[in-house]
Design a protein around this ligand. Structure first.
Ligand code: HSE
Length: 421
């Protein structure tokens, strides 16, 4: 029998216990041995978790229990969780974690500390989608050309409701929290950080790149408003929080930001809490993965798959996909101002003569050409909102142009920009 201790019995931890108990027959048949949740650790013992395993508020009760084989870390956070996982490994226990924030900062140290101890982290990226396994095992013959996806269920749920039903941001965030999709601190979701953590984990497996969140471009969905939704609908786009890794030559760009995507694209049709990841390999071509990206049961499904792998004793892949560093193919992380794409810009201005010509002069000075344009009058008619898209240009140029436009006296607020993919 394999005994499992769970640190953090919240939405996901509760589902892990319940699935291990209710699906015991199929799990035992697949693993070849019974897997039993035997103990849980929580911060607040007064809160009813609805699980019938003993609980304590002391992690050492699991770490010092020699009979526990696998520690499931679902406590969240970065440094405290890292210390707990290292301690579990040092005590000879296998670890399964869904903690993408910890992995975004400490994945290489953990790979080193683990040595031969298995660490499963399938649940850390895209909830129920087995994307780690696909990338690390299924596509290991390929150079990975790109990874593009929707990897935050909370943001996708919110954007879908905003686009389709015109629901306001705050109202819909509350709903996503109630459904158990959002992080304990939802600014990780809406600020793009959660998706960035996931991207960094995938980038290690795909490219062997050790980047931290501070090294890459991360923008969230906080600034998306009704005008942006109006422009998107008018020009047949959907707005999605996109997670992108793209290799060109010896460099890789990694970025997370909202993007306008043509409604005809497959990824634009991924709605609600669903996630989707497209991976392009040089030999296989494009592969697509789709499934629930958040929620108790979906995430627990991935946690338990890792537990079963450990019980089967098949977990001998290198944690981050490489046994040896690539010697002739050292990849450079691109600066975010080197990105080339199309842009959508929203500017609130005083509605008076000469405004448009000054804006187009500034854009011309930065070699930026306008694609489409809309003007929306405000109720007072003193102000107007200018909405336009550009042809492809360099990030550095659009950032310069926006900075220069923001200095014009007729501009009300700092202009807002969304990339078009
Ligand atoms: N808060 C995350 C999301 C949970 O919304 O995608 C799954 O990682």
């Amino acid at each position: 029998m394999i005994k499992v201790g769970i640190i953090g019995v919240g939405t996901v931890g509760t589902s892990v216990v319940e699935i291990l108990q209710k699906n015991r027959d199929i799990i035992t048949a697949r693993a070849g041995k019974e897997i039993k949740p035997v103990f849980g650790v929580v911060k607040n013992l007064a809160k009813n978790r609805g699980v019938d395993i003993p609980l304590s508020d002391n992690v050492d009760d699991i770490l010092n229990d020699e009979s526990i084989d696998i520690v499931v870390e679902l406590m969240g956070g970065v440094d405290e969780a890292f210390e707990v996982v290292k301690k579990a490994l040092s005590k000879g226990k296998a670890v399964v974690t869904a903690n993408k924030a910890m992995l975004a900062y400490h994945r290489y140290e953990l790979q080193h500390s683990a040595n031969r101890q298995p660490i499963g982290f399938e649940a850390s990226v895209a909830g129920g989608i087995p994307i780690i396994k696909a990338l690390r095992e299924g596509l290991s013959a390929n150079h990975i050309e790109s990874i593009k996806g929707i990897m935050n269920g909370t943001c996708n749920y919110m954007l879908t409701k905003m686009m389709n039903d015109g629901v306001e941001f705050d109202e819909i965030l509350k709903e996503a929290q109630e459904l158990g999709y959002a992080e304990a601190d939802p600014s990780f979701d809406i600020g793009g950080y959660d998706a960035a953590h996931k991207l960094l984990i995938l980038a290690s497996i795909a490219y062997g790149i050790d980047a931290k969140p501070e090294d890459i471009l991360i923008e969230g969905i906080e600034n998306i408003n009704k005008e942006d939704i109006f422009f998107a609908n008018e020009f047949d786009y959907n707005i999605k929080l996109l997670t992108i890794a793209k290799k060109s030559g010896n460099s890789v760009e990694l970025r997370v930001h909202p993007a306008l995507i043509s409604k005809k694209e497959m990824i634009a049709k991924v709605d609600g809490v669903m996630n989707a990841v497209s991976v392009v390999g040089d030999r296989v071509g494009e592969t697509m993965y789709y499934g629930p990206g958040a929620g108790g049961d979906a995430t627990a499904s991935a946690v338990i798959a890792d537990i079963i792998d450990i019980a089967r004793d098949v977990n001998n892949s290198p944690m981050l996909g490489f046994k040896k560093i690539l010697e002739n193919d050292i990849l450079r992380l691109k600066n975010s101002d080197e990105i080339f794409t199309k842009y959508y810009v929203r500017i609130e201005v005083e509605d008076k003569i000469g405004v448009l010509s000054q804006i187009s002069t500034i854009l011309g000075e930065e070699s930026i050409s306008i694609g489409s344009f809309l003007q929306k009058q405000s109720k007072s008619s003193k102000y107007a909102t200018l909405l336009f898209s550009t042809h492809e240009c360099c990030e550095k140029n659009i950032q310069n142009a926006i900075k220069n436009i923001s200095k014009c006296k007729f501009v009300k607020n700092y202009p807002s920009m969304i990339r078009i993919e």
